[in-house]
Structures are given as structure tokens and as C-alpha cells.
Design a protein around this ligand. Sequence first.
Ligand code: PLP
Length: 407
Amino acid sequence: MNHRLDGLHPYPFERLNALLSDITPASNYPFIPLSLGEPKHPAPDFLMDIYADREFLKAGVGNYPPTKGSPEIRQAIATFVNRRFKLTQAPINAETQVLPVTGTREALFAFAQAVIDSDGSGGAPLTLMPNPFYQIYEGAAILAGSKPCYLECLQENNFQPDFDSIDDTTWQQCSLIYICSPGNPTGSVMPIDVMQKLIHLSDKFDFVIASDECYSEIYRDESNPPPGLLQACDEMGRDNYKNCVAFNSLSKRSNLPGLRSGYVVGDESIISRFLLYRTYHGSAMSSHHQALSAAAWLDEEHVIENRILYRQKFDAVADILSDSWPMDIPAAGFYFWPKTPCDDLQFTRKLLQHTNIKVLPGSYLSRVVNDQNPGQDRIRMALVATTDECVEAAQRIKTFIDQKQYL
Ligand SMILES: Cc1ncc(COP(=O)(O)O)c(C=O)c1O
């Protein structure tokens, strides 16, 4: 077996199940899961209507779908990306700069396998990533034969990595960096000038930037959508996206986590090599899902409605907890990332025991660097359930905090 498999860490949810295995949850309350980032708002009706059409389902099952994607899905993605990220200098070319992928998880993982050259001279290259993070970055880096390098995202830096604190040797050894904006779990948005600083560093040290933007369409301020990496390039007046690749998905934007549909866009030469990799990897999206995805990327109405629902939920929950456990509403994404009044593992256990609510301890989403775990004494709460359920959860949590049941 591949010895690198031994380097993989258990997934946070596996650790969570072990942590809670001996807890008997409060039986007087129905269970509310706030641990998993799986959207629960309904999928758009107009897409489900297409799905329900038998003729639509019959068409396409007799052919292998193209790995590169149909012209329709590539054009729909390019249209979305160009409009959403205001790409005017060098609009994305649907033929050469777009690939549909079966969710960002799969693509973020596969990307490292295609990009990292672990046989090069100079030892294992580095893959930089935020800390806390989406654990796929780490597993992808390890299996590709590189060494993960964790960049602390602390509150004092608005939960963003501090690129100025990284020395030249680290940048020289870096072959890939993952950034995540809006961030999971912090909901923090990377400012465009910070992205541009990173792009200058990539010019200087020649590494690839993989920008995970899968929460880009869930944000508070309707007039101020989070910027994307390609937008940062465009505003620098560039006519290409050298070393820059952005990932996004319909899972959060359109409440379609089960469709497994996303995209990769950016640097033409990287996209063409990644397509070569994917041809062998065998991860083409089914023709039905390509057609549905094209329709989803071209519609904004359902996405606006989705944002309204999240804003209502954040307001309602923050309001209920305001006196007992005030928490900052993040600029984007659908997670609260509050500090806990005690150790995060203890908090998580006691919360399930007293309220039958499951959350994820922050320390399970981060690695210890310099004796510090940036997720310690925080929890991640995903506001994915219905408004009624989230309100019910907030009321139970308020009592839990007021009565210090976490002790
Ligand atoms: C930061 C981040 N990236 C990527 C993904 C993967 O999403 P999907 O594969 O559904 O596109 C998730 C899922 O929760 C995530 O939180």
C-alpha cells in the first residue's frame, strides 16, 4: 500500500463520533445537528422539474460524458464567473479555461496530485494552507508527496493568514498554496489587496494558488460580494491568470450538495494539464448533471433568496444569544465560530448531553503549530437547518450557557 496513507489524519467527524460515543443525549429534546456543513434549504424547484422529466433522464445515459464538460456547461460557468467576478481585462474562455468537476472536494484533492512534483530536487515541496482549514487540503498535500505548512488564521488578523510573516525560504519551497475565502470555519473574507500580494509572491517564487471559493455566494452585504482570486488578477490589469486557479461549487450556492457539481477555472496551461490528469482519473460528471448545472449557474434568483434565508437565521440566532453568549456574525459563509467559555471538547460533550445539539470542536479543524491550536476553545456551528430549528437550537443553547451547564 501507499505509505503516504499512514500520514493521513482521522477526519474531524470521525473524531467527533469518538468524542461523543459515551454521551447519552438529553432525551427530552429532538436532535439538532449543527456540526455538518450540509445545506438543508430546498434545492431550486425549476431544477427539480428538469430532473423529474423522464425524457431528460433517458437522454445521455447511453453515452460516456466528456471529462472536459459539454460546451453548454463550460459556457454557463464562464458566463457566471465573468459576470460575478467582473472579469473585463481577460474574460474566462469557456474552451480553454474551464473544467466542470464533481464537487470542489474532489477537485481540490485531485489538483494537488496533478500540480505537485514530489520527485523534483530539493526535498518534499511545501503545500501551504490556512489553519483552521478544510482537511482535504492537508490530505491532498500528503498523498501528493508534499509537506503541509499550516498558516495560522487568528482573530487579531481577522482570521486571515499573515503572508508578511512567511520567510523567503518557505516561499521558495512552496509549490502550492490553498486559500479559502470566504473561510471555513471562520467566514472571514480575504481582502482583494491581500490576494494581490499573494499573486505578486507567486510571480516571484513561482507557486500555484488554489483558491477555494465555495462559500462565495453566501454573504451578508448584498452590495459587497466577496472578491475572488481571478477578480484580483483582473483588477491588476493582467491579461492571463498565471498560476491562479479558482474552485467553486453548486453545493452551498444552490443547495445541491448531492449533485456533486463544481468548477475549476483559471490559468489555461494548468487547466489543460489538469484535464489530462482527469482524463485518467475518470471523474467526468454525468451528462444529466452537466445540463442541470449549466441551468443552475445561469440563474441568480434562487441564490439571492438563499442569502436572505441565511441572513434571517444569523440575525435570529445572534439576537437570542446576544445577552448570554454574544457572537460576531461573519461576513460570509454559514458558520458561527465563537469562543467557548470552557475547553471546546468539554463544551461539545456537555452541549450534546444537555441539549441534544451537535457542534464541531474548533480544535478538530486545526493543527497545533508553535504549541498553539488556533481552533482551540472555539466551536463551529453550521446554520444549515431550517430557521425554526436554528431558533430552537439557539434557545436551548441560551439556557445551557445561562445555567453554566458546560461546567
Ligand atoms: C471549505 C470547503 N471547501 C470545499 C468543500 C467541498 O464542497 P463540495 O465538494 O460539495 O463542493 C467544503 C464542504 O463543506 C468546504 O467547506
